[in-house]
Design a protein around this ligand. Sequence first.
Ligand code: PNS
Length: 171
Amino acid sequence: MTPPAAPNGRLAVFPGSFDPLTNGHVDIILRSAHLFERVIVAVLVNTEKQPLFTADERIAIVREVFREYPNVEVDTFDGLLVEYARQRRASAIVRGLRAVSDFEYEFQMALMNRHLEPALETVFMMPAEQYTYLSSRLIKEVFHLGGEVHGLVPPAVERWLREKSAVGSRQ
Ligand code: PNS
């Protein structure tokens, strides 16, 4: 068996469901793109919850938002994150920390990932304060109930949300 190639110290993976991408995610991706030579936004295909956006839609959104950032790549993954990171030779996983409430889940995940792959480091980043209350779940709920999400998600996401609700109301 060939040993895995050495990880690339300048390559990070930012994994998530991105259902949908929020300005909080965008903030973290931009910070990562400054810190690392290359960032892979890794969209989890089979989430436990039924996603609103298909994997292709979630990818199209990230691609559109970061089309002018050559060091931001979008990809999908399934199965174990550490396995995906190993295949891509990434040396770090980036996760955003919004509040203390995120900590326990993120801490557990980071330590489990370290147990599975000790060479892979998890790097936490804080988004700008105005995004600390944002989550994809809340965006979907607020939009669904007729609330304003302008400024909380990229324009591409607003457009897709409107499109989805128009299709839904025609059915
Ligand atoms: O945006 P999310 O939904 O908080 O992202 C969670 C994600 C995708 C990072 C996490 O569910 C994950 O890594 N899933 C892949 C399966 C895996 O590796 N599980 C063990 C993690 S300790």
